[in-house]
Unconditional design. Sequence first.
Length: 254
Amino acid sequence: MTPLFIGVSLKMYFDHDRTVEWAEDVAGLARSRPEVRDGRVELVVLPSHASLPGVGPIADGAGVSLGAQDVAEHDSGPYTGEVSAASLAQVGCRYAEVGHAERRARHGEDDAVAGRKVAAAWRHGLVPILCVGEQEPVDTDAAVEHCLEQVRAAMAHAGAGVSGELVVAYEPVWAIGSTHAASAGHVTVVAKALRELLVEHASVTSARVIYGGSAGPGVMSELDGSVDGLFLGRFAHDPRALGSVLDEAIERIG
């Protein structure tokens, strides 16, 4: 059975000390839930790069996976401020987020960059979390076409000769930071189309499609099994809210 994915990105909201404190609380949540400890629900935390070495041992001791919020497209070289996939793997990361809407908008990253970062992650045994989503509220057909094109373009720029597991995070840009997630019907159709596309790619050995964008308590139940998990933001800064989402995921797997 493919584990449900519950991911939390802290972005840059917490400093290092607060991040470690939060990670300790989250580790307690994980240890108290057998479904997380045995891997039926995979809890993934993505702190800032500076906190990865500090959070790694805490997460590992509780059966929590570690992820990075970004990864360089290059393996090494004169790239000031970048962090390679090799280094991320060495500090215990299993996941690397690529193509987030904020990276696209603020750093000029496009599908080509996202694809090269997917390839970099795969080269070093990491699982990329590829973020896709439409900019503005549109009808479902338009959202599907936009997201499929983003995935197609990223996979094309990942190139040949690399392969691996992939998580696609459907995050409508208009829903990020909003008070409301996209409707369950909308997400269900987009997620189904993404799954069907990913089956066609030989380079993708296995795939999960998750939802992000004002995801929080109650969204897992509303989506009723149409996605393979959630990508959480500020809602999960409160460990109690994260605990509620974990309990919904546990209920989902029966």
